[in-house]
Design a protein around this ligand. Structure first.
Ligand code: SF4
Length: 418
């Protein structure tokens, strides 16, 4: 992991929602966007509540029509998370959203480029929030970069930096577009700007943000756009965003899926937790992939444990669900609560201490009992996370657990006895 690159800091939110800081020393935040119509107030509010409950720090809403910005005051009054208005094509929507009290505006230089219109939005944002101002994200997307009069000239100038680069021409255009657009903001003495430069291609995303981070000190909003459904978009997003974050680049992220946006929040948080960029909320589940030694239905058990932990456990304890004695003791030693399975049964450990051996049908319930009891002890200050007390002595893989080793040995005897 590279040290995080220091950027300017912007603040999103108000006294009612709380302030989310982006950039500087602030933790990397997770954003998402509602999938429904903003003008449908009740549904929009319900979706924002759902995304907030999933852990979103900031939620963006689309405002393509006047009826969408007209709905914003009611939406803002009923929600508790900073709201960003996503504006394309119509700068009036930005002015209306600011007037309604949104906490941040997103502009796309590809479709709002008229200088006087951009200046009007900047001035409205400067005056908003009782004169404290609200920030603006400048989001260039590969798909909506527009032609500029001297595009060829600028591309040639900047292109020299990227002459040996696979995406050199595109990077040159993206950077030229950002420079040109940000000049308008600087001339208005407006610096509360966040930048994004998204593409559907993970390698372009990595290259674009890497180059942008060398040239601008504004906080960066990372994302892969049009990444597809969760099943494939997850890999594309995690490759791009994970690479950038591990290189110290990125201040806020949005994973985009053609799926329920709750998944965007869950996967964004898991990415940040995995990289140690955010303090984990709730349990961390460790589970083996299973193999020919397995003798319990570990896939069903693991899904049950995942659901149960999400519902009942708030402290960041490590919980291991392992299929057999081969890797079970090792993982159980590192986990706060662990089970490893044998022949239709499970042995349960709490911080290395063996507490129970139960039949397969009781593993889930007993594991939850132990997790809740351990959580209560942590909260009461009677136990500390990650503190192993006892070295595990692995049980006899054949005698006590009757694991796959036993089957393998029996099979060998049969073959030899033929
Ligand atoms: S823990 Fe056991 S069952 Fe799970 S993958 Fe490892 S060897 Fe296979």
């Amino acid at each position: 992991m590279q040290k995080r690159r220091v950027t300017r800091q912007i603040r999103v939110g108000d006294d009612r929602t709380g302030i989310v800081r982006i950039g500087g020393d602030a933790p990397v935040s997770v954003q998402t966007m509602t999938a429904g119509y903003t003008y449908d107030v009740d549904r929009c509010v319900a979706e924002i509540h759902k995304l907030t409950a999933a852990g979103a720090d900031i939620v963006r809403v689309a405002v393509p029509e006047k009826k969408d910005t007209a709905a914003l005051p009611e939406i803002l009054a009923q929600t508790t998370v900073p709201i960003v208005a996503d504006v394309h094509f119509h700068f009036q929507r930005a002015l209306e959203a600011v007037e309604a009290g949104v906490h941040k505006i997103r502009l796309n230089p590809g479709n709002i480029s008229d200088r006087s219109q951009v200046v009007e939005v900047i001035r409205a944002c400067q005056a908003a929030n009782a004169g404290k101002g609200i920030p603006i994200r400048v989001g260039v997307n590969e798909g909506s970069i527009i032609e500029r009069k001297d595009k060829q000239k600028r591309a040639k100038e900047l292109g020299a930096f990227f002459s040996d680069h696979k995406h050199g021409y595109l990077l040159a255009i993206m950077i030229a577009k950002l420079e040109e657009y940000l000049d308008i903001f600087y001339e208005e003495d407006f610096y509360d700007v966040c930048i994004s430069a998204k593409s559907m291609d993970a390698t372009i995303v990595i290259d674009a943000y890497t180059e942008i981070s060398k040239r601008f000190d504004h906080p960066l909003h990372l994302g892969v756009t049009h990444a597809g459904p969760k099943e494939t978009g997850c890999i594309r997003s995690v490759v791009a965003l994970g690479t950038l974050l591990a290189n110290g680049i990125g201040d806020t992220i949005r994973i985009s899926y053609a799926s329920d946006p709750v998944y965007e929040v869950e996967d964004g948080l898991e990415l940040l937790w995995s990289l140690g960029l955010r303090e984990r909320k709730g349990a961390e589940l460790i589970a083996c992939p299973t193999c020919g030694r397995i003798q319990v239905d570990l896939f069903t058990l693991t899904q049950g444990v995942r659901k149960t932990l999400a519902e009942h456990i708030d402290v960041p304890m490590k919980v291991a669900v392992m299929g057999c004695v081969v890797n079970g003791p090792g993982e159980a030693e590192g986990a706060d609560v662990a089970v490893f399975a044998g022949d239709r049964k499970g042995i349960i450990y709490v911080q290395g201490e063996r507490v129970a051996t139960v039949p397969e049908s009781e593993i889930l319930d007993r594991l939850l009992v132990e997790c809740r009891s351990f959580q209560a002890k942590v909260l009461a200050g009677e136990a500390r996370l990650g503190e192993k007390k006892v070295d595990i002595v692995p049980p006899d893989p054949i005698g006590e657990l009757g694991s796959g080793w036993e089957k393998m040995a029996a099979a060998r005897l049969t073959v030899e006895g033929q």
